[in-house]
Design a binder for this molecule. Structure first.
Ligand code: SAM
Length: 279
């Protein structure tokens, strides 16, 4: 055991908080290196005992780390004692007002978000970071391999889900590298991947409201076994005929399913539906 993953007598890892601590000491420097954070600010989610925090602090101008578990704080503070450019915030990353926190803690400094995320809330966390349009230049996070594939899958391809549309709308995503279960204590059952989302300056498609786009996307994926027409019609309570017309106007086949629709086509479909609602 390392000082970043104490033995069971000192700290019982909390499964419900996704506590799988990194003990392979080659992984954290790799994440920090690939995050490209030299001289900028880093917001870390879930520092645990600080294995990754230390590597981030060696490279970044400032690291602010949000941790939900008060039990890890004494040891985390101890491990960060030599890094005066770090600050720990006790709190829930899902609940905190991150926009205000970034403004108060980093001012005008460019900021990247980095973390070995708790797997039980990977998608909600990433969706929140994106939809809140936080002023971030990139998000580099460890996630379950399968979740990483889904998050980075291009809309319109087999592995995509509703979350992939938000990821592609706001960022250019890629899978950086895989990490084996043996790199963690306790060992997770599955492989992990480090993914990176580089936040776009401009959206890749034109829509009058991103909220409307994501409502249609969520509806289409909400009932995966149904065609997009049936799913959108029943989830958004729009007459089937109207959705059929919008699908046809967007140039899509009548029986198209959500995972076959590209972001451009979702944008087109949303605009057509919005316009037909106004008629
Ligand atoms: N970064 C450490 C490492 O790599 O060894 C720990 C990573 S562990 C997978 C996830 C960490 O996130 C844990 O320390 C856990 O307590 C913390 N955590 C879980 N839910 C959280 C939340 N909602 N907000 C902030 N931290 C959270």
């Amino acid at each position: 055991m390392t000082k970043y993953a104490p033995d069971r007598e000192t700290h019982r890892a909390k499964k419900e908080l996704g506590q799988n601590f990194l003990v392979d000491n080659t992984v954290c420097p790799r994440i920090a290196e690939r995050a490209k954070i030299e001289g900028i600010g880093v917001l870390e989610v879930g520092p645990g005992f600080g294995a990754l925090t230390v590597e981030l602090a060696k490279r970044a101008a400032k690291v602010v780390a949000i941790e939900i578990d008060p039990d890890v704080l004494p040891k985390l503070r101890d491990n960060l004692i030599d890094y005066s450019n770090t600050e720990i915030i006790l709190g829930d990353a899902m609940e905190l007002d991150l926009r205000t926190l970034i403004r108060e803690r980093f001012g005008e400094m460019p900021v990247a978000l980095v973390g070995n995320l708790p797997y039980y809330i990977t998608s909600p966390l990433i969706t929140k970071f994106l939809l809140d349009e936080l002023p971030l230049q990139s998000i580099t996070v460890m996630v379950q391999k399968e979740a990483g594939q889904r998050l980075c899958a291009k809309p319109g391809t087999r592995e995509c889900g509703a979350v992939s549309a938000a990821v592609w709308y706001y960022s250019e995503p890629k899978v950086l590298f895989d990490v084996k279960p043996g790199a963690f204590r306790p060992r997770p059952k599955v492989m992990s991947s480090v993914i990176q989302l580089r936040i776009r300056d401009h959206a890749p498609v034109d829509v009058s409201s991103p909220d409307a786009l994501f409502r249609v996307v969520r509806a289409a994926f909400g009932q995966r076994r149904k065609t997009a027409v049936n799913a959108v019609s029943s989830m958004l309570d729009i007459p089937k005929k109207k959705v059929e017309t919008a699908i046809r106007n967007a140039g899509l086949p009548a029986a198209v399913r959500a995972e076959q629709i590209s972001l451009e086509d979702f944008a087109h479909l949303t605009e057509t539906l919005e316009n037909s609602q106004e008629e």
